[in-house]
Design a protein around this ligand. Structure first.
Ligand code: A3G
Length: 139
């Protein structure tokens, strides 16, 4: 999985149209989270078959960053565009569905933006040295 974490003053997003016919329905209203660590996640072909293990590794990485930047909450954001070799949507949804409870189990308020949608979003990156980090997570 490739992951980009942004420590943000806020993120706002709003699902506009489904990108996948199989995308779960989502409420088409804007959500906004303040003082958050946003984890943009691209699940990759190399993660297929190891979904649970990759999710646990990603939760560990998110926790490691969060211990340093101390956000009030975590927002997991499915984002296929970080990889030139993305996994199938079904594998990606498995990883992301395991990632949310794994992050919550580490004591964080956790939110996930809708999977399989094109979304409008605005993010305000804090701009300190640890506010933008990219990582390769593998199991
Ligand atoms: C967007 N920004 O990315 N990893 C993560 N998300 C995925 C993947 C994958 N391998 N495959 C599909 N939309 N998705 C908009 C989700 C993700 O929400 C993506 C949408 O499906 C269309 O590809």
């Amino acid at each position: 999985m490739r992951m980009l974490t942004i420590h943000a003053d806020f993120i706002e997003f709003e699902p506009l149209t489904k990108a996948l016919r199989s995308a779960p329905d989502a409420e088409q209203k804007q959500e906004r989270y303040e003082e958050c660590l946003v984890a943009f996640c691209s699940v990759e072909k190399s993660d297929e078959g190891k979904e649970e293990a990759v999710a646990l590794k990603a939760a560990e990485e998110i926790d490691r960053v969060a211990q340093q930047v101390k956000p009030a909450r975590i927002v997991i954001y499915p984002f296929v565009h970080l990889s030139s070799s993305p996994s199938s949507p079904s594998s990606a949804i498995k990883v992301l569905n395991s990632l949310e409870p794994a992050v919550r189990a580490r004591g964080y308020e956790t939110h996930v933006s809708p999977f399989g949608w094109y979304k409008r979003f605005t993010i305000s990156c804090k701009g300190h040295p640890l506010s933008e980090l990219s990582q390769m997570v593998s199991a």
